[in-house]
Design a binder for this molecule. Structure first.
Ligand SMILES: [Zn+2]
Length: 432
């Protein structure tokens, strides 16, 4: 389950840090902590009108004092490469993470997967018998093995760079430190927490989706540690995402000897791409992009086959059926060509339901305690938060690190933002 080479040292180190954390945590605990049985944590919910309580700035100091350690942990995660399509690597990453989370008192459970890396669930007991909050993340990245050689992890200008640092190894570290802090402040977690770390998010979450959905149904709410939006915003809406493959079969012929006998699949595909593009309705948040084309064999052959792969995005679930119908109703202009279409919507939209809005209001209230005006964003990219939100489970996404360049060579996080994001997450685990 846990890589024996990595486990004992890491565990011991974390245990030592844990006790140091506890010694340093006396300030934030104070008399207001819920050791008073008559005042359960749930009743102390803060709102945006709650006056600033110095407790929160003290808690921020707690994380600021640990900033270097958090950065070091993120670097360790980044320096283990874990591309989605390389199971030995993602499994190694998962085992490493299991060791970290077990060292702060979690119980790791590995969900074995055959095609992709194993998915990792870690359960933490809590003092109050509430439903757990689900912390959702992924440890796979889009970067092939060997990327670190050309894109090494490094710090420059207050930013930590590296493959997957923003999306979303830093988010996993934030989970770890928020849990550790809550344990230090409360002596035990105020509520049960389930961490679920997925190995195949960047390639569609096919192995992990049923587990994500089952865990979400058992949870009071879902906090997704994907990167923050522009200006550090949390994400309260995401578009739904789908992919279709349109294949045109034509009739091959010699381009020189029998030009009149062929029916070009490429020409027909070109016409179909125009038709597909007309399905775009940007003002309604619906977009259709034939992003890949291929077809034909040689210049002197009229093409027998041509294919396009189409990315689709929808803002509302109700747009899915009509778009699907229109794509499947495409008709060939050249009657000698045949069309076939496969695919569908993989992730339904994460819509800003009242449950999502309520979680955002809690996040805003926590941020306000440290004079932080936390913004919200609606984005076009999907995440596993789409799955949980589509089930009606209150979901807040984009709680991970702030930075730029996800999936790109300049991917980085802003180090000075880590403390308040860890604070926000800790607060949300308490309040969600
Ligand atoms: Zn991600």
């Amino acid at each position: 389950m846990v890589d024996p080479r990595l486990q004992p040292g890491a565990r011991e180190a974390r245990r030592r840090e844990g006790s140091r954390a506890e010694r340093l945590s006396r300030i934030p605990v104070r008399a207001r902590e819920p050791n008073d049985q008559k005042m359960p944590t749930r009743k102390k919910t803060i709102s945006t009108t709650t006056p600033a309580d110095p407790l929160w700035s003290e808690r921020l100091l707690y994380f600021e004092a640990r900033q270097e350690k958090i950065v070091q942990t993120i670097r360790e995660f980044v320096e283990i490469e874990s591309p989605s399509d390389h199971k030995p690597s993602t499994d190694r990453m998962g085992a490493f993470l299991a060791g970290y989370f077990e060292a702060v008192g979690g119980h790791a459970h590995v969900h074995h997967a055959t095609d992709f890396g194993d998915n990792l669930q870690i359960d933490f007991p809590g003092r109050d018998a509430q439903k757990p909050v689900l912390l959702l993340g992924h440890f796979d990245t889009v970067y092939p093995l060997g990327t670190l050689a050309t894109m090494p992890s490094h710090v420059a200008d207050g930013r930590l760079h590296g493959p997957g640092v923003l999306d979303m190894k830093s988010g996993i570290a934030l989970m770890l430190y928020a849990i550790e802090a809550l344990q230090a402040w409360h002596s035990t977690l105020p509520r049960p927490v389930t961490v679920f770390l997925v190995s195949d998010e960047e390639v569609g979450s096919y192995s992990s989706r049923p587990i994500t959905e089952a865990l979400a149904k058992d949870s009071a709410g879902v906090l997704v540690l994907e990167p923050a939006g522009p200006r550090g915003a949390v994400k309260t809406a995401r578009k739904g995402v789908g992919e279709y493959t349109l294949t045109v079969k034509g009739v091959a012929a010699h381009a020189g000897l029998d030009p009149g006998k062929g029916h070009s699949a490429i020409l027909e595909l070109a016409r179909q791409i125009i038709a597909v593009s007309k399905l775009n309705n940007l003002s309604q948040g619906l977009s259709v992009n034939p992003g890949v084309i291929r077809g034909g064999t040689r210049t002197n052959v009229i093409a027998a086959e041509a294919v396009t792969e189409i990315d689709v995005r929808i803002k509302q679930s109700k747009q899915a059926a009509a778009l699907d119908r229109k794509l499947r109703a495409l008709k060939p202009v050249d009657k000698h060509c045949k069309l076939s279409i496969e695919g569908g919507i993989n992730r339904m939209p994460m819509e800003r339901t009242p449950g999502v809005a309520a979680l955002y209001a809690k996040a805003q209230a926590i941020a306000k305690q440290i004079n932080w005006k936390l913004e919200e964003a609606a984005v076009g990219g999907g995440s596993d938060g789409n799955f949980t939100a589509a089930l009606g489970i209150p979901t807040l996404d984009g709680l991970g690190a702030a930075g730029q360049g996800a999936h790109a060579v300049h991917e980085h996080i802003i180090i000075s933002e880590l403390s308040r994001r860890a604070l926000l997450l800790a607060g949300m685990i308490e309040q969600a």
